[in-house]
Every structure is written in C-alpha cells, then in structure tokens.
Write a protein that binds this ligand. Structure first.
Ligand SMILES: [Zn+2]
Length: 136
C-alpha cells in the first residue's frame, strides 16, 4: 500500500532547488531516498534526452545510484524532476513514461520565482493522487 503521508528534510529541498535551477532551462532529474516514509537524500541523475519530461537516464549513473542506495541502506522513496516552465503536475508524457510503481513522483516547478514542489502517486490506470508531505 502506498503511503499517503511523507516527510522530507528541508536540506534535501534546498539541494533539489539548487540543482534544478542550475539545469534550467533544461528539466532536471533525480532519485529521492531515505527511511520508509522520510526522505533524507537526493541523488541527481543526468538525462540522455534533453527534451521535456523524459525519464531516459544515463545508464551508468542510474546504476551507480541504485548501488549507492543499497550500500547506504536507504529506501528508494521517489523520483523527482523539474518542470522549468510548467506547473508542478504530471504531464501526459510523465504518466505514460511512469514505470516506478508505488514510488512517489515529485515535481518541482520553476515557473515562478517562488518554487512549487508537489508529490503524487501515479497508479497503473494513470490516476494521480496528491501526497501530503511534511518538511522537517
Ligand atoms: Zn514532467
């Protein structure tokens, strides 16, 4: 059962923001990890396809990150990517490409000066459910 409530460290949000703003105007991607429902780590992952909203990761970097999660004994909690010009809601393309099951889908919108970070579950039938998260 997916968890309807997650928490995330403020320092992780700051790392995400800095990284995504550095990649701007390209979208940025990464993995969020921690312990059961609490996110403590952000691992950026380079994308092979600079086009908008495509989960085509650089394979070596992707595998290295998965290995790192195991070594550090971290749970893989979610995927994050940025929407440089759009709102923080999954696009049709996001839904079609989602292959991470019950992991949470985090989107950070850089459209406005103040960042907007939202988290969702994407079900097999592409139904999108908002996740309430707490910043710690
Ligand atoms: Zn997207």
């Amino acid at each position: 059962m997916p968890r309807s409530h997650l928490s995330i460290d403020l320092s992780v949000i700051n790392q995400i923001q800095i990284y995504c703003q550095k990649q701007f105007p390209d979208p940025a991607y990464g993995i969020l990890a921690g312990t059961t429902h609490h996110i403590t780590h952000f691992f950026p992952i380079a994308n092979l396809n600079p086009s908008y909203c495509s989960f085509e990761f650089e394979p070596r970097e992707y595998l290295e990150t998965i290995k790192k999660l195991r070594t550090l004994n971290l749970d893989w909690i979610g995927m994050i990517h940025s929407h440089p010009f759009n709102e923080a809601y999954p696009t049709l393309r996001d839904l079609n490409q989602w292959c991470y099951g019950e992991k949470s889908c985090w989107i950070i919108s850089l459209r406005k000066k103040e960042i907007h970070l939202c988290a969702y579950y994407i079900q097999l039938n592409q139904q999108v459910t908002s996740i309430i998260y707490e910043i710690l």
